[in-house]
Write a protein that binds this ligand. Sequence first.
Ligand code: PLP
Length: 383
Amino acid sequence: MKPLKKRLLTPGPTMVPERVLEALSRPTLYHRSPEFKEIFLDTRERLRRLFKTEGEVLILTSSGTGAMEAAVANLFKPGDSAVVVAGGKFGQRWEELCRAFGVKPITVEVEWGKSVSVEEIGKILTTTPDVKGVLVQICETSTGTIHDVKAIGKITKELPDCLLIADGITAYGVYDIPTDDWHIDVAITGSQKALMTPPGLAVISLNEKAVNRLNDNPTAYYFNLKKELKQQPKGQTAYTTATNLVIALNEALKMIEEEGLENVAKRHEMLAKATRAGVKALGLELLSENPANGVTAVISPEGINGQDVVKIARETFGITIAGGQEHLKGKIFRLSHMGYVDIFDILTGLEVTEFALKKLGYNRFNFGDSVKAAMEVYEKETL
Ligand SMILES: Cc1ncc(COP(=O)(O)O)c(C=O)c1O
């Protein structure tokens, strides 16, 4: 039997609500028109509310990595050094970006699945002169792990020349993150994760400390944040933005505000707890010691390749879950519960996981065990 529907349970791109798809399909607007300008300014304001920042928020036409690159190219000069938290694929990306732009990374290696030691960062920052920034993920998606960015912010806020730059690509819209209160100087996200919009837009926030550090001549041309900063408060962008995507993002942000950010965060917490309970009911273990609310990384049982679980889910049921990356390929699989996701999506993901595991010869459970455990969490968390 061929799968009838396609469902995305990957940590991005995620499923896009019908309302957002409808907004996406409206006739394309000219990016300098008064009509679009109004929508653009409204989107920026909604993003500032999402980020809980009084600082600047810029919308970039790129995937999330574009905003990471923009941060490195605009806030550092070649020869600067920065602490990089490398606890997974995306932490490594910070390191690669630093090297690409001549910034010296002081890498804090973290075992994949563990959170960084904040004490270690503190020690480096007190013993190494002239560190210009700390680059970290709020959620390291490759391992489904949270880093304690709030605690790092308590250290960097005392250092006038050191920026805290947080990749919140799978954290904003999953958690209610008070960017300013946590002293995050630069925060980044992307449209295709918890913001329930197709891929193609990145968002970067900058507080005063960060704005004051922006290079006049960054080591980038397209991602010139000073240029964007001149334009975007007027509802303009330096170059042609993806107008349909901005309109779609505006609709998605309206949905988040209608549900209420606090409720959105509670929903993600409930879904994450239900997913964790579900996989544990199958006798499986989580990879992360500090699991995130946007994605759950599950260790494949002995002798079972996680990529096969992913393949069976996709080919038999049209459900896309994610595998592991780099050295975790085959060792884990990841179930996402980020964005436009409800309990029924989770139950589906769990049941499909059961089916795939049984097919691959892992039999230490009965059909429905994970669903039962997830529903028990749902009942406890919501009724
Ligand atoms: C934490 C994190 N950082 C960076 C990225 C890269 O974003 P993009 O693929 O949008 O460039 C991702 C994508 O999954 C991510 O999860």
